[in-house]
Ligand binder design. Structure first.
Ligand code: IMP
Length: 179
C-alpha cells in the first residue's frame, strides 16, 4: 500500500448536480435505444459502480447489467498506457445492444482498448456513456457518445472514483489538492 502525502478535497460537482445530469443522460440514452429488446449495460470497474447504479435506475428500458475490469492507475495518479483486462464480461454481446459506462475518460487509452475488444464481438450497437471527460489530457482520439461533465485537468475523487482506493464513498465529485 502506497502512502499518500496529505491532501484535502475541494467540492467540484455537487451530488444534486450529478443527480440532475444523470437523469438527463438517462433520458437521452432511453430515447436512443427506445426500440431495443434489452440493453446490456456494461460498467467498467471499479470507478463506474456508483454511476451505473444511479443510471440504470433512471433508464426507461429493459436492461441487463454486466461488468468488465481493466487495469488502471493502481495507487498512483499517473495513467499507464498499457491496458489489461482483469475481468471480462459474463455474457456474450454478439448482435446485442451495448452501452459501456465509464467514470472518466482521461488519456482515452482504457476506453479505446475496451471499445476495440467489445466491437470485435460484433454487437448490434455499441455506445459509451462517461460521467466525466478531461479533454485536455486526451492522447487517443476517442469520445464517449454521452458525457456527464467536461472537467479541467484535475485529479478527482468521489461518486465511485478513488485515489489509492479511498474516497469512492463521497456523494459528490471533489478535486484533490495536496497541502
Ligand atoms: P485513461 O485510460 O487515461 O482514459 O484512464 C481512465 C481511467 O483512469 C478512469 O476510468 C479512472 O479509473 C482513472 N482516472 C482518470 N482520471 C482520474 C482521476 O482524476 N481520479 C481518479 N481516477 C482517474
Amino acid at each position: 500500500m502506497t502512502a499518500h502525502p496529505p491532501y484535502v478535497i475541494d467540492e467540484m460537482i455537487s451530488a444534486k448536480s450529478i443527480a440532475a445530469r444523470v437523469e438527463a443522460l438517462a433520458r437521452d440514452i432511453s430515447d436512443h435505444f427506445a426500440d431495443t429488446d434489452k440493453l446490456v449495460v456494461v460498467g467498467l470497474l471499479r470507478g463506474s459502480f456508483v454511476f451505473i447504479a444511479d443510471l440504470v435506475r433512471e433508464l426507461d428500458l429493459p436492461v441487463e447489467v454486466d461488468f468488465i475490469e481493466a487495469s488502471s492507475y493502481g495507487d498512483s495518479t499517473v495513467s499507464s498506457r498499457e491496458v489489461r483486462i482483469l475481468k471480462d464480461l459474463r455474457s456474450g454481446i454478439e448482435g446485442r445492444d451495448v452501452l459501456v459506462v465509464e467514470d472518466i475518460v482521461d488519456t482515452g487509452f482504457t476506453l479505446h482498448h475496451v471499445i476495440g475488444l467489445l466491437s470485435a464481438r460484433d454487437p448490434a450497437r455499441l455506445e459509451v456513456c462517461a460521467l466525466l471527460d478531461k479533454p485536455a489530457r486526451r492522447e487517443v482520439d476517442i469520445r464517449a457518445t454521452w458525457t456527464g461533465f467536461e472537467i479541467p485537468d484535475e485529479f478527482v475523487v468521489g461518486y465511485g472514483i478513488d485515489y489509492g482506493q479511498r474516497n469512492r464513498n463521497l456523494p459528490h465529485i471533489g478535486k484533490v489538492r495536496f497541502e
